[in-house]
Structures are given as structure tokens and as C-alpha cells.
Design a protein around this ligand. Structure first.
Ligand SMILES: [Zn+2]
Length: 156
């Protein structure tokens, strides 16, 4: 598997589309260790009624329990800028590198990640932005719920 960030984004996009196809929020994630794909995941708020399985959390869960030495060599890829919860998981497990598809529709904890020494790459990928723009336009209340806002507050 390639270490190229755009190549590493592809399985996360695939996971996002898979989540959307089952009626969910189109955000996907992938975990690589030493350039090898370990797991993917997608947001499961709709599918499981889960309040914690954002794409990144679901991906980490799917990867299973790993020793700290594995996380220390990992790259977490996500189609959307990670929220405070997912940012916290990256910091907790000491994941040194995060690749983000886009941060136009939602800006998460990138500044905190960088301040803690995490290598953050934002690809500004148009496919990721389009997935979220389309989703938010038709599911604004569901999206507000996922990022901890009242629907009446609007999205961003
Ligand atoms: Zn999150």
C-alpha cells in the first residue's frame, strides 16, 4: 500500500460511500500502520443509533486493541476534519499522523492536533466536500445532532 496521502484517502472515501448507501452520514475513515491498511470505518449514528461511532472512532474500534507501539506508527485518515471527540482519540492513543479529506464543511480539532505535535495534512478533496455538502443540504438536523448542536442553530 502506498504512503501517498491521496491514495490513503481512497479507502476512507469508499467507507463513507458505504455508510451513505446504508442510510448513514457520509464520513469514512481508514487506519494505516507502516503504510498498510489495517481497518476502515464509517459514521454509524443512523445505522446503530450510536453517539460515539463517528467514522474515526468506528475505524479505531474495527482495528481492535493495538499496542502503543502500533499506534505510534499509525496514520489515521478521515474524509472530514475530526471533531473534538475523535481528535481526543488521536491524542489519547498517540497517533502521529492524520490525513483529512476536507475541512470546508466542518473544522474540527486540527489546531489542537498540531499544537500537540501531530502531523496534519488537509487534502481539500472535492469529492469529500461534495459528499458532505450534499448530505448537509438534505439532512441538516441529523448533521447538527452529529456535531452536538441544536438543529435550530443551523449547521456551520
Ligand atoms: Zn468525531
Amino acid at each position: 500500500m502506498s504512503d501517498d496521502p491521496r491514495a490513503q484517502l481512497l479507502p476512507a472515501i469508499h467507507a463513507a460511500r458505504s455508510g451513505a448507501a446504508s442510510g448513514g452520514i457520509p464520513i469514512g475513515s481508514a487506519l494505516f500502520i507502516d503504510g498498510k491498511l489495517i481497518a476502515t470505518g464509517h459514521n454509524r449514528r443512523v445505522q446503530d443509533g450510536s453517539v460515539i461511532h463517528h467514522a474515526e472512532m468506528n475505524c479505531l474500534e474495527n482495528a481492535g486493541r493495538l499496542p502503543a507501539a502500533d499506534y505510534a506508527r499509525a496514520t489515521l485518515v478521515t474524509t472530514l476534519s475530526p471533531c473534538d471527540m475523535c481528535t481526543g482519540a488521536v491524542l489519547l492513543y498517540g497517533i502521529p499522523r492524520v490525513i483529512i479529506g476536507e475541512n470546508r464543511t466542518f473544522l474540527g480539532g486540527e489546531e489542537l492536533l498540531r499544537s500537540r505535535g501531530v502531523d496534519v495534512t488537509v487534502l481539500d478533496d472535492p469529492e469529500c466536500t461534495e459528499m458532505m455538502t450534499t448530505f448537509i443540504a438534505s439532512h441538516s438536523a441529523l448533521w447538527a445532532e452529529d456535531i452536538g448542536q441544536d438543529a435550530t442553530e443551523g449547521t456551520m
